[in-house]
Write a protein that binds this ligand. Structure first.
Ligand code: NAP
Length: 284
C-alpha cells in the first residue's frame, strides 16, 4: 500500500497509473503536479487525483512514491526541483520512453538520492494525450521495463515492481543501453516513419483528395502520427544514436526495394514480402 503518491505530469501515462492504483485501493492519497491549473483541476474532478499543487517541492515533501511522467525533455528540470525536498525513504521512478538520457539527467540532479531512483518505462500507451485520455485498464497485461542502476536499492526496485503488478503489468528488467536499442527499433523508428509518411502525402498538391481515399491500411499504419509532437520530438533527440542506426538500416532496405521495383526484380520483392509476412504472423 502506498500512503501518498505524487504524480508529476498527470497526463495519459501518469493519470492511467493513478487510476489503476486507486481502483485497486492500493493508494491512500494521490497528489498531482503540473504547469496548467485547469488540467490539474480536471484531474481532481475526474477522481484521478485527490489534490494538486503547482509546486513540485511542496507536493513531494511528504510523498512515499513519486512518479515523474512528463516528456523526457522536461525530466531534468523536474528531478532538479524535487531532489532537495523528498523524504529520506521516498522512492522515485519515471515513465520516460528513453532511458539513457533520463538516467544521465537523474545522475546529475538526484546525486546522493540515486539509490531511491528506479528508472522505468511502461510499454503501453495510445496516440491520445492528457488526463482526459487516461484509463485504469491501460496497463492490464502490458509490459513495464525497469532499468535499475547499480546504485538503486533493492527495496526501491521492489516497491516499484509491486506497484506495476498492482496496476496489472508484467515487469521485466533490461540494461539502459539494451532498452534504448530495442525501443529505437520497435517504437521510435515506427513513429518517425508514420510522421514522415503522413507529411510526405500532406505536402503533395492533391493531398485533400489523397486523404479522402485513405483506406484501413493507411489508417492502421499512420494512427501513431496523431501522437503528441512535442513528446516524440523529445524522444527522437534523446535516443539519437540508436534511432539514427535504425533509420540508416531502414533507408538501406528501402533503397534495395526501390532498386528491385526499378529493375522489376519480382523474385526479390516477393521474397522480401513473404519473409516479412512470416515474421509478423509469427511474432506480433
Ligand atoms: P501527456 O498525456 O501529454 O502528459 C504529460 C504531462 O506532463 C501533462 O500532465 C503535462 O502537464 C506535463 N508536462 C508537459 N510538459 C511539461 C513540462 N515541460 N514540465 C512539467 N510538466 C510538463 O503525455 P504522456 O503520453 O502521458 O507521456 C508522459 C511520459 O510518458 C513521457 O515521458 C513519455 O515518453 C512517456 N510514455 C508515453 C507513452 C505514450 O504512448 N503516450 C508510452 C510510454 C511512455 P501540464 O498539462 O499541466 O503541462
Amino acid at each position: 500500500m502506498i500512503n501518498k503518491l505524487c504524480v508529476i505530469g498527470i497526463g495519459l501515462i501518469g493519470g492511467s497509473l493513478a487510476r489503476a492504483l486507486k481502483e485497486a485501493e492500493y493508494v491512500g492519497h494521490v497528489i498531482a503536479v503540473g504547469r496548467n491549473v485547469a488540467h490539474l483541476e480536471r484531474a481532481v474532478e475526474l477522481g484521478v487525483a485527490d489534490s494538486f499543487d503547482t509546486s513540485i517541492a511542496n507536493a513531494v515533501a511528504d510523498a512515499d512514491v513519486i512518479i515523474v511522467a512528463v516528456p523526457v525533455g522536461a525530466m531534468k528540470a523536474v528531478f532538479t526541483e524535487l531532489s532537495g525536498s523528498v523524504k529520506p525513504d521516498a522512492v522515485i521512478t519515471d515513465v520516460g520512453s528513453v532511458k539513457g538520457n533520463v538516467v544521465c539527467d537523474a545522475r546529475t540532479a538526484l546525486d546522493d538520492r540515486l539509490s531511491c531512483f528506479v528508472p522505468g518505462h511502461p510499454i503501453a500507451g495510445t496516440e491520445k494525450s492528457g488526463v482526459e485520455a487516461s484509463f485504469a485498464e491501460l496497463y492490464q497485461g502490458q509490459r513495464v521495463i525497469l532499468t535499475p542502476l547499480e546504485e538503486t536499492s533493492a527495496i526501491a526496485t521492489q516497491t516499484i515492481t509491486k506497484m506495476w503488478h498492482i496496476a496489472g503489468a508484467d515487469v521485466q528488467s533490461l540494461s539502459v543501453e539494451h532498452h534504448d536499442e530495442v525501443l529505437a527499433a520497435t517504437s521510435h523508428l515506427p513513429h518517425a516513419l508514420a510522421y514522415t509518411l503522413v507529411d510526405t502525402l500532406a505536402q503533395m498538391h492533391e493531398h485533400r483528395e489523397i486523404f479522402q481515399f485513405a483506406a484501413g491500411g493507411f489508417k492502421d499504419f499512420t494512427r501513431i502520427a496523431s501522437s503528441d509532437p512535442q513528446m516524440w520530438h523529445d524522444i527522437c533527440l534523446n535516443n539519437r544514436d540508436a534511432l539514427l542506426d535504425m533509420l540508416n538500416r531502414f533507408s538501406n532496405d528501402i533503397n534495395k526495394l526501390t532498386k528491385a521495383i526499378e529493375d522489376e526484380d519480382s523474385e526479390f520483392i516477393l521474397k522480401l514480402f513473404k519473409r516479412a509476412k512470416t515474421a509478423r504472423d509469427q511474432n506480433c
